[in-house]
Write a protein that binds this ligand. Structure first.
Ligand code: PLP
Length: 453
């Protein structure tokens, strides 16, 4: 065991150390190598060290360098070394982190991490919270609490009786809401399509004047951080209107919620604390390993009622916080351990610096590309940049060219009818030199593509 784990750790360290100098996108040879995994199920046991060697030799080169400093696709953070290390240790613990009484260490660490998060994000300290797999499940979890609370008011027990015959709930969602929010609503029986879509402006911000009539049976889903533009819905105004009518406000802040930590961005997040529930990711901007999402609910009782179970064989009775009373999962890894390690290591100012730095780097990308004559399609308020290199075909060619070059990686999108390259600066590892080096490649590829016209 010792040799296997030691050798694997060494390979992992070598992988991480190699991220600086390797291509971000795997090359054709590495991808072709994946065919070697395609073999019949072994008839019997083989030496574990050879298994790990195979995984490392074939798998590692075929991974895109998402953990490295120049991956700007989607909204992908890296893993801070302290988070990865905590993740390794917690993996060794292999705790089924369900009940406080059974796994006290992870239950306590998660409880502390939750209260630190509420403090850091400026949310009410009495909120209920859950460590889940990601933003999709965080939205699902928080919205399950919303569904519970609103239907309880109507005298309906949704956990017991389901949604057939229940008083209807109205859900209002911005037209540029993240696609997974619709999925979460679908999973809850609230419908992907049944929602009322509220028109948005050029940045994807909901127009509050276009909200439907609100009532105590309405859930309004606002967005803190659009995945393309980084824009925030006008939260203060929406909360005011919604709460006047008794509606529930849920915030999808998968990455944008972290803006409240950074002094220069906190204005974007102003009023967030007035909402009723929040979803965010830790595996994006907090830079912990996948998978790690967070749900917070102002009324902890609503979350508990939506998620808790009881059974004779389970030690559910306790005065302590049982992690699984707040999550869709029963058996679960203690994701909060990785989060705790980052917060314990960076502290308030360290997290703020990481958010500030990546936002500044996004601005630098926008400035450099704009100075070279390319059009930035969004107001760069956060860590997201949308750039057009000309017509749609040219922009797509530049994206392909940048990916093929391998220095960095950016994806594409279509923003309100226009093709753009997305630059999302979300990693702790990105240095200013990485930004300059990546920008040189973008400009060189863009120049080549434009000169072909
Ligand atoms: C990434 C993202 C999600 C989905 O989060 P996952 O962790 O991928 O499930 C939801 N909403 C927004 C705004 C996002 O950026």
């Amino acid at each position: 065991m010792r040799n296997l784990l030691k050798e694997t750790a060494q390979r992992a360290i070598a992988y991480l150390e190699g991220l600086e100098s390797r291509r971000v996108a795997p090359d054709a040879e590495a991808l072709a190598g994946l065919k070697k995994f395609d073999e019949p199920l072994p008839d019997g046991p083989v030496d574990p060290e050879s298994v790990l060697r195979l995984l490392s030799d074939i798998g590692s080169p075929a991974t895109p360098a998402m953990a490295g400093p120049r991956f700007f696709g989607f909204v992908v953070g890296g893993s801070l070394p302290v988070a990865l290390a905590a993740n390794w240790l917690a993996g060794a613990w292999d705790q089924c982190s369900t009940f406080h009484r059974v796994t006290p260490a992870t239950a306590v660490v998660e409880q502390i991490a939750l209260s630190w998060l509420l403090d850091l994000l400026g949310l009410p300290p009495t909120c209920g919270g859950a460590f889940v797999t990601g933003g999709t499940m965080a939205n699902f979890t928080a919205l399950a609490a919303a569904r519970h609370a609103l239907l309880t008011r109507e005298g309906w027990d949704v956990e017991g009786d389901g949604l057939f015959g229940a008083p209807p709930l109205t859900v209002a969602v911005g037209a540029e809401a993240h696609p997974t929010l619709f999925k979460s609503l679908g999973l809850l029986g609230l419908g992907r399509r049944r929602v009322i879509t509220v028109p948005v402006d050029s940045q994807g911000r909901m127009c509050p004047d276009a909200l439907p009539p609100l009532s105590g049976q309405t859930i309004v889903c606002v967005q803190a951080g659009n995945v393309n533009t980084g824009a925030f819905d006008p939260i203060v105004e929406i909360c005011e209107r919604a709460h006047d009518a008794g509606a529930w406000v849920h915030v999808d802040g998968a990455f944008g919620l972290w803006a409240s930590v950074a002094p220069s961005r906190a204005h974007l997040a102003a009023g967030l604390q007035n909402a009723d529930s929040w979803a965010t990711d830790a595996h994006k901007w907090l830079n912990v390993p996948y998978d790690s999402g967070l749900a917070f609910v102002r009324d902890p009782h609503a979350l508990l009622k939506a998620m808790a179970i009881t059974a004779e064989y389970l030690p559910t009775e306790t005065t302590e916080r049982n992690p699984s009373d707040y999550t869709p999962e029963l058996s679960r890894r203690a994701r909060g351990v990785d989060v705790w390690a980052v917060l314990r290591s960076l502290g308030r100012s360290g997290v703020a610096d990481m958010i500030e730095r990546t936002c500044r780097q996004a601005r630098r990308f926008a400035e450099g590309l704009e100075n070279a004559g390319y059009r930035i399609l969004n107001e760069v308020v956060l860590n997201q940049v949308l750039v057009s290199f000309g017509d749609d075909t040219t922009t797509n060619r530049v994206i392909a060219g940048v990916q093929a070059d391998g220095t960095c990686w950016c994806g594409g999108t279509v923003w309100q009818g226009q093709t753009a390259m997305r630059i999302s600066v979300s990693s702790w590892a990105t240095t200013d030199a990485d930004v300059e080096r990546s920008m040189e490649v973008m400009l060189r590829v863009a120049k080549t593509e434009n000169s072909r016209l």
